[in-house]
Design a protein around this ligand. Structure first.
Ligand code: LLP
Length: 438
């Protein structure tokens, strides 16, 4: 998919760049992003809204993969940016993202984080809970600034891949529950405040969703709440944000919908309910993360040791693992891949791909079809672009990989490989006589 091809040497190519060359040039593990695919996805979401003739914002949920270059790429595609922490906010601002295009999420934003966001003049804060409303009121009053706010509602719809669950009340750490009246109370607080400008509401129903039913149901529940506010205090929403969650294909059998199919349905339902309440169609916002970057990246690993257990299983070990991709260990996530240096070779064996962490659970793929492998072969694992690097860690003091963007035959390093020195950068020496010196 994307710009992936196999060249004459039998090597996997991404963005017109030979991945075997990339592995030599930058070493492995290495994340290679097909930026043309990211651009194509961004355009597909935006064009779908434009075809519907509604006002919109597509915000990149940067938790999926954040770094300065990614924020700059997103900004160049005219995407807004969703951040969920001071660290993401800091990086986005440092990358030069226009503050007005940043939306700030999270269920426990600190006083310091909110202050930083208000000072920077970001586009909106998605308020999650009563404590946050209090903090916002206090900070905005002190700083004599108005803050634009969306209220995060929990509509009681949870969607995962094929199933969606509709409950009266949602047992979730995020947002104001509609069913128990929390959302109502939050709206009253926001409306009464001199410093909070309530733009509208937000809902997010889950991730890796392959159907539109969950969105349809959530939109209905959101509008039922809006109807109550219309009757109670003439509330007119200017913005409705329906979150992210659009699925991608990781393995055979995953059947995501096209971006335009999700958007068409979301717009249709929004129009229908807005008409019902006699409201103008509010600006519609979405926040895709995975569907913008997930299948755009491939991780390159070098194969090291192998182990055969006769009649049971063949293991191969790679030079990364749960330190650069936590998803198999955390969610039992499935991946496909091939040998990048012998991409034409027939997959006649199956190997289970082990990471190098000191942990039996560090298995990246069970029973992956591959040709007979040798030490030094380059294994390419697909669709690692979302929640791969962003959840990477230093377990066992393994340095985090490098990241490159590849497009039109050129490659560009966007995150350097972590060095051993980087790993000890924050460490301070042990002081035996700490009591005497302090
Ligand atoms: N908006 C909100 C409020 C969210 O909580 C999320 C994801 C998104 C947008 C983006 O969702 P996406 O379009 O990427 O599905 N670490 C997990 C995924 C966690 C998603 C958390 N929230 C994984 O690796 O599957």
């Amino acid at each position: 998919h994307g710009t992936m091809t196999i060249n004459e040497a039998g090597h996997l190519e991404i963005g017109g760049v030979d991945t075997v060359d990339l592995a030599k040039k930058y070493d492995t593990p290495l994340f290679v992003y097909d930026t043309a695919l990211i651009k194509e996805r961004a355009r597909a979401f935006k064009q779908a809204f434009e075809a519907e003739g509604v006002s919109y914002q597509v915000a990149y949920a940067s938790k999926a993969f954040s770094c300065i270059a990614m924020y700059q790429l997103a900004a160049s595609l005219d995407l807004s940016i969703d951040v969920v922490s001071g660290g993401e906010l800091y990086t986005a601002l440092k990358a030069g993202v226009e503050p007005g295009k940043i939306h700030f999420h999270g269920n426990n934003k600190s006083h310091g984080e909110l202050e930083m966001a208000i000072k920077a003049g970001i586009g909106c804060i998605v308020a999650d809970n009563f404590y946050e409303l209090e903090l916002l009121e206090e900070l905005a009053a002190n700083m004599e600034q108005t803050v634009s706010v969306l209220l995060r509602l929990t509509p009681g719809v949870e969607a995962h891949t094929h199933e969606f669950i509709a409950t009266g009340q949602e047992d979730s750490k995020f947002g104001f529950d509609i069913a128990s009246g929390q959302a109502d109370k939050a709206a009253q607080i926001a409306e009464r405040s001199k410093f909070i400008d309530l733009l509208g509401v937000h809902s997010h129903i889950g991730s890796q969703i392959f159907e539109t039913e969950g969105f349809v149901l959530a939109i209905e529940k959101v509008f039922n709440q809006l109807q109550a506010w219309q009757e109670e205090f003439d509330f007119v929403p200017r913005v409705l944000n329906f979150g992210g969650g659009f699925g991608i294909r990781y393995v055979e059998g995953d059947k995501p919908l096209e971006p335009e199919t999700y958007i068409r349905e979301i717009v249709k339902e929004t129009k229908k309910h807005a008409d019902r309440l006699g409201l103008a169609i509010p600006e519609i916002w979405i926040e895709p993360g995975r569907s913008l970057v997930g299948d755009a990246a491939t991780t390159l690993y070098t194969i090291g040791s192998t182990k055969d257990i006769p009649n049971v299983r063949r293991y191969l070990s790679v030079d990364g693992g749960m330190s650069d991709n936590l998803r198999p260990a955390l969610y039992d996530a499935k991946y496909e891949g091939l040998l990048a240096n012998r991409a034409h070779d027939k997959a006649e064996e199956t190997f289970s791909v082990a990471g190098k962490c000191c942990e039996s659970g560090d298995m990246l793929v069970w029973d992956m079809p591959l040709p007979e492998v040798q030490h030094g072969d380059v294994l390419a694992m697909f669709c690692t672009g979302a929640y791969g690097y962003s959840m990477a860690n230093n377990y066992n003091r393994i340095p985090r990989p490098a990241v490159v963007f590849a497009e039109d035959g050129a490659d560009q390093l966007v995150i350097q490989r972590e060095s051993y020195e980087d790993l000890t950068k924050l460490d301070l020496a042990y002081q035996a006589n700490v009591k005497e010196t302090s």
